[in-house]
Write a protein that binds this ligand. Structure first.
Ligand code: TYD
Length: 133
């Protein structure tokens, strides 16, 4: 399974660093929604779902966390610890997030509004839908 880590240009100088996210330029989709996960408690895991349609890009803008991505055939473990790196998560990818650092701020860009009907929250159902493809 391919891990699509997008390298974002960091404009750094003696004052600090800046990364710009531009729809359809360095972000390969229309950005309809942005959300961020923070204040994550120690040893929690999040995610545990896939999406039927949604595409997302996750960036650890501060701190670090781990993504387990699973396409139903293969699982990969990705450490996000660089604010100039975005992890693409396509539809029909099961994700679990772990190992949040205390200071982690996980920014997520999405190509659609929040829609609970787009979620697949049952792993066996996910595997069933994948094998129907
Ligand atoms: P949840 O999907 O459980 O988060 P995670 O995938 O990180 O484990 O979402 C947590 C809550 O936030 C849940 O009640 C749904 C709500 N939510 C929104 O209202 N809008 C959103 O864009 C997202 C991602 C979640």
């Amino acid at each position: 399974m391919n891990v699509n880590l997008i390298q974002l240009q960091s404009h750094g100088d003696e004052r600090g660093a800046l990364v710009s996210l531009e729809q359809s330029l360095n972000i390969p989709f229309q950005i309809k929604r942005v959300y961020y996960v923070f204040n994550t408690k120690e040893s929690v895991t999040r995610g545990f779902h896939a999406h039927k349609e949604l595409k997302q890009l996750a960036i650890a803008v501060k701190g670090s966390c781990r993504f387990l991505l699973d396409d139903g055939k293969e699982k990969v473990d990705v450490l996000l610890d660089n604010p100039a790196q975005g992890l693409m998560i396509d539809s029909f990818i099961w994700r679990e997030m772990t190992d949040f650092s205390e200071d982690c701020v996980l920014l997520v860009l999405a190509d659609a509004y929040y829609d609970e009907n787009d979620y697949i929250r049952d792993y066996d159902k996910f595997l069933g839908l994948i094998s129907d493809e």
